[in-house]
Structures are given as structure tokens and as C-alpha cells.
Design a protein around this ligand. Sequence first.
Ligand code: ADP
Ligand code: MG
Length: 361
Amino acid sequence: MTAYRAAQAFRSLAVLLVASVAACVQSAPGPDGPADLLVEVFDGSTMGTTYTVRVVSVEAWDEARREQTGFRIQTALDDVESAMSHYRPASEVSRFNEIQSTDPFPLSSPTFQVVRAALELAELTDGALDITVGPLVNAWGFGPIEPDVLPPDAAHLLRLRGRVGFRKLELDDATSTVRKTDPKLEWDLSSVAKGYGVDRVAEALMEEGSTRFMVEVGGEIVASGLNHLHQPWRIGIERPADGGGIQRVIPLSDRALATSGDYRNVREVEGRLVSHTIDPRTGRPVDHRLASVSVIADTCLMADGMATALQVLGPDDGYDLAIERGWAALFLIRDDGGAITARATPAFDQLAPSEPQLALQ
Ligand code: ADP
Ligand code: MG
């Protein structure tokens, strides 16, 4: 465990894994440049993290307009949280976990869509992303049910692993239901819910007629159109090393970017910091050199799930899978001394060229 990881874990203020460096509040291009544009900024809390939304506007919005948009953003996120949080006893996720029955369980259309995407990704990643990992997440102290002992003993882990497996879930499109074939199965949509929330906010802004905005929830991002400087939005990927800083600035427009890291959500178990990402193959938190992985995709739902899956697989198997699937991914790999090496897939370099001039402003 490096000093860096220890320091990160005990830092009182969470550092955004992906820092937006996209826009300040206002800009004033020169007299011959394009029209001056403004940026309306909205922020708040959701799903145990924070969000920021920036919308490019031609003129300052009045209070009524700001209130309406702020309300729509918060409502879109609240809807996702109340359906998909396993911390909310009345959510669809919690109720499905509660019932120990193999009967079909009706899902709202958003939850159905999220579960379907997660199961597709589970197939594509051979179960690296597995939303039935819930009991293991709890056993390691990252879920709503605090474990009696940490770390869980090997026999307990073996029993829990017997209850995990995405193939034990059956979705039925016609009836919009899900069924567990093992009554003890429990799920956890945390690996994809934030990304889906970002997509829902983007959708709400589009419905309002906005086309140029950036939505960020806990480091998962959608950028639409150009920023107020008439350029792609610029997103800084944090360098997870002593001293921090920005590893690379990503130009993003009409795409999503999600990042999974091994150091932000950690807890101490027997003097070691363990990550909240569980490898379903071992039932244990991941333990490798992949400090973070960022993925660019068309939707934030997919980018979020892909990033979690690659974080499970680690720097070598994850990279190989991203190459095989043609995914745009950037791996930040930590060496023994804590230094970071970046490794991007060709698809990532193509979508987000690493240009020296693309520095922070
Ligand atoms: P972050 O972006 O904050 O790093 P992720 O999107 O990677 O978070 O999701 C991590 C969460 O997903 C964990 O807190 C846990 O609830 C759940 N989880 C952990 N391991 C897996 C896994 N292998 N497959 C699916 N969900 C997982
Ligand atoms: Mg994720």
C-alpha cells in the first residue's frame, strides 16, 4: 500500500477523480470572435456524491428559468436514486433484494433499461461487471449492511460467491420483469446508476432545447456540443499520484466519459486499504496496479459499466479486453514507487488526441 493511497483515504474532502476544467462562469471572446456566451452552473448532491451541470447560454437566465432547469436536473437524478439505490429501502433494487422468491418482479422502464445494459456488459466482460455482486459488496463493508467481521473469512466468502452470478437473473422484455433463479440472489446497481443519472440529466436538458452543456455526477460526464469558447469541452483526468495534478486533458463533445479508480472509495481492513471494486472471480476487492481507468462511450451508462469492468480486470487483462472490443480506454498504472504510467487504447487516442497544445487554460 503506497503512502499516496493511505493519504487519499484519510483526506477529509473527496477529490474529484475527474476534475472538470471546462469552463469558468463567463467568457468574453475578442471583438471579432464569435458572440460572447455565458455559462449557467448548477450543482448539488445525489447518490452519495456531488454533481455539476454547466449550460452554455446566449444571455443570462432569469431566476424562474434557473429554478425550472435546476428542478429538472435534481428531479432526473432523484428519480434514478429512488429507483436504484440499495440504501433506499423502498427502491426497486432494495425491494428485489428483500424478496426471496423466484417469481417475476416488475421493473420500471428506466431500471429495466439499466439492468439490460449491465447484463449485456456482463456477457461482454465475461462477468467482470456483475450486478449480482451485492452480498460480496456488503461483506467487504461497502454496502448498506455493515458486516460483523472484516475481512470476511474464506468459508463465508465461498458461501456468498455461491449466491453471485449474473446468469441467475432472467429479464423478460414482454412483461418488463426480472426473475432470480436463486431466491437468495441480491443485486447492486451502483456501478452503472451514476452514469445512467448523467444520461437522464442530459436528456432533460435536451428536452428543454439546450444542446451545449456538460453534466458531471461524481466524475462521470456527458458533454454535448461545444463549450462557451466554441471548443469541445475539456475534461481533466486526475493523476492518482503523490502531488496529484492532471494527467491528461480530454476534449469531449457529444460523448460520455466515465472513470473508475482503486483509491477513492476505500476502507481499511487489517491495516490495508481495500477498494470498493470486487472481483467476482475471487470474491475479493481488486488488488493490482491499475490506479484508474477512464472510458469514452456514446452513453454514460455504458461508459460507467465499462470502466468498472476494466477496473476489475486490471491493467493487462483489462487492456486486452478493451483492444479486443475496440473500446476507448485510458489506463493509469501505478508502479512500485507510486509513479503513474498512462496506456491508452488506439480508440481512445483517436477520440481524444493527446496534443501538447491541449493544456489547461
Ligand atoms: P466509481 O466510479 O465510484 O469508482 P464504480 O462505477 O466503479 O464506482 O462502481 C463501484 C460500485 O459498484 C461499488 O461500490 C459496488 O457497489 C459495485 N461493484 C463493485 N464491484 C462490482 C462488480 N465487479 N460488478 C458490478 N458492480 C460492482
Ligand atoms: Mg462504474
